[in-house]
Design a protein around this ligand. Sequence first.
Ligand SMILES: C[S@@+](CC[C@H](N)C(=O)[O-])C[C@H]1O[C@@H](n2cnc3c(N)ncnc32)[C@H](O)[C@@H]1O
Length: 248
Amino acid sequence: MRFHVLTLFPGMFEGPMSESIIARAQSQGLVEVNLHDIRDHARDKHRQVDDYGFGGGPGMVMKPAPIFEAVEHVKSSSSLAASTPVVLLSPQGKRLDQETVERFAEHTDLILICGRYEGVDERVRQHLATEEISIGDYVLAGGELAAMVVIDAVARLVPGVVGSAESPANDTFTTGLLQHPLYTRPTEYRDWNVPEVLLSGNHAEIDRWRRQEALRRTLIQRPDLLERISAGRLTDEDRRYLEELREG
Ligand SMILES: C[S@@+](CC[C@H](N)C(=O)[O-])C[C@H]1O[C@@H](n2cnc3c(N)ncnc32)[C@H](O)[C@@H]1O
């Protein structure tokens, strides 16, 4: 999987992209993070990438030409599929969710455009980006952290990036539910004990307990997920258990 990031601050990616899972994925050749400095595509002698917004108002707007040319450069130099998503990171975009992350992971390439200042010229959104993605309802100073969030979430779904022991298949959202509680040694810590069932060695009972805890936790913390979960993901036993919980 190749990520092509267009940014004015490529240095921001150095630390996060060179640690832990993402660093290992790159050294194993499973993931590439290609950073492109938008300023390299500014054509005037001052290498200007932003300008005053038409109509007045505070803040500078990122010019369209360097962004268009940077994307065209990436497309022509890396032989990308025509269907490669061109993602504009923006607080005005569709909120990132696991479904979108899974869809991105099906592609071999992803282009990520990081805005700065007051934002990017509208023509980038209308005629260059194929989608606009927000990482939440708050405004960041720039799209770089948002791009890193997308890279982190998508890269861990690339086969081989996450070991089978930490398989993403049982993760929160992937199952349509929140994940069950997790415990490790010691069995007793400050008088708080690990639930007996987890020490029982009875795998059927453990699976049942985990499933019920996932259902309970989802009902309490994210009931909206249960409203949206597709019918086939809940068994009759799950439904009965949820009914019991709702009846209190
Ligand atoms: C200061 S913000 C611009 C906000 C813009 N003036 C507005 O009100 O919609 C600068 C850049 O940060 C990025 N950004 C800010 N918040 C974001 C979010 N929640 N998700 C993704 N990108 C974000 C975008 O790339 C944006 O162009």
